[in-house]
Design a protein around this ligand. Structure first.
Ligand SMILES: Cc1cc2nc3c(=O)[nH]c(=O)nc-3n(C[C@H](O)[C@H](O)[C@H](O)COP(=O)(O)O)c2cc1C
Length: 251
């Protein structure tokens, strides 16, 4: 969308009746107005979703296979950071909390990401070991929602991944007390210099408070954009007897 000129917005704004009775052009209201116009324009441009869609008879019997297929499509479509996922946790008093993390491992047992166990998410997951993950790949107009139980991965698995990280990222796990309030940027830079000195010429060990979590899915929903907002939604639900039940949800 081309950004309209201020003069154009002023004319439109005055004509829209927003300024009636107030007599004065208010730049704050104008910026809210501009935002509204921008959102409306996005809705008009709104893409028609032409995905081939999801047919029950054609999808794999497990959601993990379908996830793998979609992830490959996201890679082929050169989606930026296709492994970035939203992680939702629940705080002690039952308030939701979300943030982005990177998927670093995926297999029949679930979805693995790495973090600081003492961070907000780390503490929440230790207390309430359930979470939701969300992938959204805009060029494909595909979304995957995943719910399940979370557990720490083994120390061996965390060590292996830690060793594969660039040295700077390894040192940052010592520098950052993730999610704690710090006094300044300078504080962080000073700590970075201290730890660089401490580990100079030596391998960086993994701190015990840093490692992976694995979410084992109990439910996975695949959303595929279709024309006229009549999107496809297929949900796999884990059965208590093993295997998965497949259901279609209304868009
Ligand atoms: C694209 C992207 C990827 C990220 N990946 C991770 C990650 O893999 N692990 C992590 O701990 N934080 C990651 N972060 C930072 C988190 O979103 C978040 O700021 C941080 O983990 C603190 O969250 P918390 O206070 O809820 O624990 C990422 C942020 C972005 C934007």
């Amino acid at each position: 969308m081309k950004k309209p000129s201020i003069a154009h917005l002023r004319r439109e704004y005055n004509a829209s009746g927003h300024s009636e009775g107030r007599g004065r052009f208010n730049p704050l209201t104008l910026s809210q107005y501009w935002f509204q116009q921008a959102l409306r324009a996005l809705a008009v441009v709104g893409r028609e979703y032409r995905q081939k869609g999801l047919i029950e008879q054609k999808v794999p019997s497990t959601p993990l296979e379908l996830f793998q297929k979609w992830f490959k499509e996201a890679l082929r479509a050169k989606v930026l950071d296709p492994n970035a996922m939203t992680l939702a946790t629940v705080t002690g008093p039952g308030k939701p909390a979300v943030r982005t993390v990177l998927l670093k491992g995926f297999d029949a047992h679930g979805f693995v990401f790495f973090t600081n166990y003492a961070s907000q998410k780390g503490r929440e997951l230790s207390k309430r070991p359930r979470a939701s993950l969300l992938f959204f790949w805009p060029p494909l107009m595909q979304q995957v929602r995943i719910d399940g139980k979370v557990a720490r991965v083994s120390s061996k698995e965390s060590d292996e991944y830690f060793q594969s990280r660039p040295r700077g990222s390894q040192i940052s796990t010592w520098v950052s007390r993730q999610s704690q309030v710090i006094p300044s940027r300078e504080f962080l830079d000073r700590r970075a210099r201290q730890f660089e000195k401490r580990f100079k010429g030596k391998p960086v060990p993994r701190p015990s408070y840093w490692g992976g979590f694995r979410l084992t899915p109990e439910r996975m929903e695949f959303w595929s954009g279709r024309p006229n907002r009549l999107h496809d939604r297929l949900r796999y639900q884990k059965k208590s007897t093993g295997g998965w039940r497949l259901e279609r949800l209304s868009p």
